[in-house]
Design a protein. Structure first.
Length: 465
């Protein structure tokens, strides 16, 4: 239970942002404080060295200007006030013997003798060094220099005071880093919470939708632009999903409706066959009717599957070179008897040939669908014109009729599956012809367009590049 809580917390964005925020700050602050710490250390050591040089200067002045007695008086006064564990002073004779010295019991190290030897041999004026003392917790700074007449002055001081000061600073820095990291973590937490508060609105809406409240929308107007963009995209996506759901509902209704009538008719025929004793010829007619109804149903189902596969991009689309003019001419010949029957003048204008790449069978289907519609929705005595105009490697094919036209209200829906304009219902059809034409055309990288005015006629235009 506890582990689960920790795991959930670990995955929370607020927690992650807060942690990153606090850790980044702590690292930067630690790096900054480290630099300051070393700077302070360098400055403290430089101050100490300055003090050493000042002291050497005073001792030398006394020794040379005021004589040995005055010097010894000053030296004794100076060294008496010091703690021999923390500081030492000594003067060595030219032959190495001790002229005067403080208690050296805490300063047992070969490095002091080594410094004296080095000073004599190197010819330098002084040697200033930091040494480690075996019996002490702190290192020490030691000055070794000539005092005059071959004497050597050596004095040193443990770095306890410097270390104490630096430790005080260090403690302050650590405390500051801890306090500031906690404050930063809190600030980071508050900032992440604040900036993700609107995300909670998106999540809340998603939860409401998941529980069935599809009309709910995210409202985060006036918040940061990224979240507003997310909310807008989220709302647009919801609108689109609702639209798709509505159209799927419509499609379901249409399928149910379109299947019900032929199935009812088939059932009626079967019932009649059971009830009456009929001559064989009647049975044959009933069977023929049933086959016709079944064919229509199969064709409806096949067309739907065809549209779905084509739109999903899984249909096999051939790419062959063929004469599209031949296809248009064949379609005109096919529908001429129907046009004649309705006393419609069918005019066609096209060049001798134009070869394009595409799927010939699909092109045939698109052209016959559009021509069939043009004749179907044109009243007796009207005109249907088919024209094909080559466009470079491609072609534009136009179907213009003087028929019933399409209302502005219907125009945006004519490519929807199962859409049938109210006035066109009596003329039959499942409302799949244009959906199929559009899916096929687009699958061959073509486009389909329409312009229409009610009671004047319509123009459908296919363009293939
Ligand atoms: P169907 O013709 O089977 O109803 P379509 O998908 O071919 O289905 O057409 C959809 C709708 O578009 C038709 O019901 C009709 O309202 C409208 N339509 C299509 N072509 C024309 C046209 N040439 N003139 C007028 N209306 C048309």
């Amino acid at each position: 239970m506890f582990l689960k809580k920790i795991r959930t917390l670990n995955r929370s964005l607020v927690f992650q942002l807060t942690t990153v925020f606090a850790l980044t700050f702590a690292l930067i602050a630690a790096a900054g404080f480290t630099v300051i710490y070393y700077q302070l250390h360098t400055m403290a050591m430089a101050d100490l060295d300055d003090e050493f040089f000042d002291e050497v200067e005073i001792f030398k002045t006394y020794a040379t200007e005021k004589g040995l007695d005055a010097f010894l008086a000053e030296f004794s006064r100076e060294i008496d006030s010091e703690d021999p564990e923390e500081e030492f002073y000594r003067i060595l004779e030219k032959d190495g013997g001790t002229f005067i010295s403080t208690d050296m019991s805490a300063w047992k190290t070969d490095e002091l003798g080594e410094a004296i030897r080095l000073l004599r041999e190197s010819g330098r004026d002084y040697i200033l060094q930091t040494i480690d003392l075996p019996d002490q917790d702190y290192s020490a700074r030691v000055m070794t220099t000539f005092l005059g007449e071959g004497r050597i002055l050596q004095f040193g001081e443990t770095l306890e005071e410097v270390a104490d000061h630096l430790e005080a600073f260090l403690n302050l820095f650590v405390l500051l880093i801890i306090v500031l990291t906690v404050v930063t973590a809190f600030f980071g937490w508050w900032l992440s919470k604040w900036s993700l508060a609107d995300m909670a609105a998106v999540t809340g809406t998603a939860e409401k939708i998941a529980s069935g409240d599809y009309e709910h929308r995210v409202t985060v107007k006036g918040s940061v632009s990224e979240i507003e963009l997310l909310a807008d995209s989220f709302n647009t996506m919801l609108d689109r999903i609702l639209g798709l759901m509505a159209s799927m509902r419509d499609i379901n209704d249409s399928i149910a409706h379109d299947l019900r009538s032929p199935l009812a008719r088939i059932r009626g025929v079967a019932e009649m066959a059971l009830i009456d004793d009929k001559p064989l010829a009647d049975f044959k007619e009933m069977a023929a009717n049933t086959i016709e109804e079944c064919d229509e149903l199969i064709s409806l189902i096949n067309t739907m599957l065809d549209i779905t596969e084509t739109e999903a991009g899984v249909a096999h689309i051939k790419s062959e070179r063929f004469d599209v003019i031949k296809v248009v001419k064949e379609a005109c010949e096919l529908f001429r008897p129907l046009a004649d029957e309705k006393e419609i003048t069918l005019v066609s204008t096209m060049p001798a040939s134009q070869h394009i790449n595409g799927d010939r069978k699909r092109m045939q289907r698109v052209i016959t669908n559009l021509l069939e519609n043009a004749i179907k929705y044109t009243n007796k005595g009207g005109t249907v014109s088919v024209s094909a105009v080559p466009q470079g490697e491609g072609i534009d094919i136009t179907f213009e009729d003087s028929g019933i036209g399409i209302s502005e209200k219907d125009l945006p829906h004519i490519y929807d599956r199962f859409f049938r304009g109210d006035r066109s219902r009596p003329r039959g059809g499942f409302g799949l012809g244009l959906s199929l034409a559009k899916a096929y055309t687009e699958s061959m990288n073509g486009s389909i367009g329409v312009s229409s005015s009610l009671n004047k006629g319509s123009i459908f235009k296919l363009s293939f590049k």
